[in-house]
Design a protein around this ligand. Structure first.
Ligand SMILES: Cc1cc2nc3c(=O)[nH]c(=O)nc-3n(C[C@H](O)[C@H](O)[C@H](O)COP(=O)(O)OP(=O)(O)OC[C@H]3O[C@@H](n4cnc5c(N)ncnc54)[C@H](O)[C@@H]3O)c2cc1C
Length: 381
């Protein structure tokens, strides 16, 4: 059989992960990157990767790259009461690592370095203007290129995606933004924390004991005020007034829950933020994407083991029916969690009652850890 050829468009975390993982199969990959020269200094985010997803990724990286990940064995959750922060739940699992935290820029750098070393990946530095899903081909300049499979990893605001999906999506837009930045400090913080504050959830993700990144989801109305002062004062309140804090420039990201009803057409498949966006409160966006890529890898590998082609096969159908329900459930569950913690005079007494003893329910904590690690269906097996 002729060597199968796939095209991966977009070099965000989805495209890079797909290229890195799928290039380990017996296929050729064209990896299309926009504006490689001016790349990509400006992603200030940090990503927390679950234990099983980390195990999948690290197989494809160099041993020394593992040092860039900060591993964490505990996660503590707090709820803001009138005068204090109530630590209502602590997650840990027999001293096992729960999360691996890394700067997005470092992750992209090590992925790209590895991709460049692969003989079966051709990196093409061009913007794709058109994808012809009927003939599984793309237009680059005046030339068109035909593939067995096209993966669109072009993010949430790409024109290609809006043409692909049209108006077929569900969306819940609470008019929120995520504020994020790096913080250095003089105390020791080695594990992640999530604070459900009256303005919205604030996650602290350490990259070492003296530096962390935070993601604070707040109403977009706060964008007009001095966010640096707001964040500084809030962090002082959380970490104690005596703590010295050094705050980098704050960057904002739009957030909303969006789920496209169309993931695929013929032999083209959308992966990553182009297919769904989940609220960052649970740090699950990229983790869902990694699970999607693991599934796609398994389906292609299985087809290849039977000597079947990728093009016009059952791969995309099987992928969509296995991943779409899980991703939708996850997105809705995360939204529900976010709504539950919103401060409200009527529901607060019920919330206080639920949260009071929740830390004693070990089975609930075990299930939550499993689901965040492996996803819903995999952890029920
Ligand atoms: C504040 C915040 C914090 C987060 N924290 C976490 C976390 O802790 N854990 C977690 O799991 N997830 C997290 N997420 C989610 C995660 O960051 C995203 O899901 C992920 O980065 C999406 O990557 P992507 O590749 O799909 O999209 P993008 O990052 O948008 O990448 C798309 C790429 O496609 C390229 N492109 C677009 N159009 C074309 C074209 N026509 N031709 C060629 N290239 C093109 C663009 O240049 C870009 O590089 C967070 C999200 C936010 C907003």
């Amino acid at each position: 059989m002729k060597k199968q050829k796939i095209c991966i468009i977009g070099d965000g975390l989805s495209g890079l992960t797909a290229a890195l993982a799928l290039s380990n199969l017996d296929i050729e990959v064209d990896f299309i990157i926009k504006n490689i020269q001016e790349k990509k200094t400006s992603d200030p985010r940090i990503t927390a990767i679950s234990q099983s997803n980390f195990k999948f990724l690290i197989k494809y990286l160099d041993k020394k790259d593992a040092k860039l990940f900060w591993s964490c064995k505990k996660i503590n959750l707090f709820y803001e009461k009138i005068n204090y922060l109530y630590n209502f739940i602590n997650f840990s699992e027999n001293h096992k690592n729960l999360l691996y935290i890394i700067k997005n820029n470092d992750l992209k750098k090590i992925f790209l370095k590895k991709i460049k070393s692969k003989k079966n990946i051709k990196i093409i530095n061009k913007e794709v203007k058109k994808v012809d899903t009927k003939n599984t081909c793309i237009l680059l300049g005046k030339k068109s290129y035909v593939y067995d499979l096209i993966l669109l990893c072009v993010g949430r605001s790409s024109k290609i995606i809006s043409e692909f999906v049209g108006k077929r999506y569900i969306q819940k837009d609470d008019k929120e933004i995520a504020l994020t930045s790096m913080v250095s400090h003089n105390i020791n913080i080695s594990d992640p924390r999530q604070y459900f504050l009256k303005e919205g959830p604030l996650a602290i993700l350490p990259i070492n004991e003296k530096n962390f990144s935070f993601v604070w989801s707040v109403s977009n109305k706060l964008k007009t005020i001095n966010t640096k002062d707001l964040v500084y004062n809030k962090l002082k309140k959380i970490l104690g007034n005596k703590t010295n804090i050094n705050l980098n420039e704050i960057v904002t990201f739009p957030i909303s829950f969006k789920f496209n009803s169309i993931f695929s057409k013929n032999n083209s498949l959308v992966l990553g933020d182009g297919s769904y966006n989940v609220h960052p409160v649970a740090g699950q966006g990229f983790n869902l994407i990694i699970r999607d890529i693991i599934k796609l890898f398994q389906f292609i590998e299985y087809n290849q083991s039977l000597g079947l082609p990728i093009r016009d096969s059952e791969i995309i159908k099987k992928f969509v029916s296995s991943r779409k329900p899980e991703n939708l459930l996850f997105g809705l569950g995360i939204n529900l969690t976010n709504s539950f913690f919103k401060q409200n005079k009527i529901t607060s007494p019920i919330k206080d009652f639920i949260l009071k003893d929740i830390n004693k329910f070990n089975f609930l904590k075990e299930i939550s850890i499993k689901i965040s690690d492996k996803g819903i269906f995999q952890s029920l097996k």
